[in-house]
Design a protein around this ligand. Structure first.
Ligand code: ZN
Length: 190
């Protein structure tokens, strides 16, 4: 997928995953880290957004390992799990970075190129739903963002957010559904 799609999907994946990891889903710093994590696997492609910024590294990786090689494999997934489990990197950094990274692999899996999950073995896996750069790509991305937003247990009123960010002045008149009522407090079972 395109870099912009990976950024959006990295943040959407973090919104959906953060409550399950006990972290706030809309913290700007974590969303930025998730977006960066969503771009990181393409470090093995010299023309990707992140590859262009670390050109000597991406040239070397592309020459030695090829694009969608080890950075897009089960080994990379295991490394992500190890990073989360070890706890050497604080969870508020490791969590969004890993979730963003995994979102990239999930997104690439939806393209015809798929992933070489068994790297260094040959053969790729794919659920070819969307071609990179096609008109269908933004629709898939928008649907996944909407699903992540709807999964939030405590959704803020989007009109209040839009007003705070200066996107509109009379936001109350926007035809958006009101936010869900707050959940009742959970009873503790002794
Ligand atoms: Zn990729």
């Amino acid at each position: 997928m395109m870099a912009g799609s990976h950024v959006a999907l990295g943040m959407a994946a973090w919104m959906a995953a953060a409550p399950h990891l006990g972290q706030p889903p809309l913290a700007p710093g974590a969303l930025a880290l998730a977006a960066f994590g969503g771009l990181l696997p393409d470090i093995d492609h010299p023309k990707s957004w992140v590859g262009r910024r670390v050109r000597p590294v991406s040239d070397l990786l592309a020459a030695l390992l090829g694009h969608r090689g080890v950075t897009h494999s089960l080994l990379a997934v295991l490394a992500c799990g190890w990073l989360l489990k070890r706890g050497e990197v604080p969870a508020e950094y490791a969590g969004p970075l890993v979730i963003g990274y995994l979102s990239h692999l999930g997104a690439d899996l939806l393209t015809p190129g798929g992933l070489r999950l068994g790297w260094p073995l040959k053969g790729s896996w794919a659920l070819p739903l969307v071609r990179t750069g096609s008109a269908f790509e933004p629709l898939v991305v928008a649907a996944l963002i909407a699903a992540a937003w709807l999964s939030l247990p405590h959704r803020p009123d989007p009109r209040a957010l839009a007003e705070r960010w200066g996107l509109c002045i009379t936001c109350e008149s926007l035809p958006l559904p009101p936010p869900p009522p707050p959940l009742p407090p959970r009873r503790r079972v002794a």
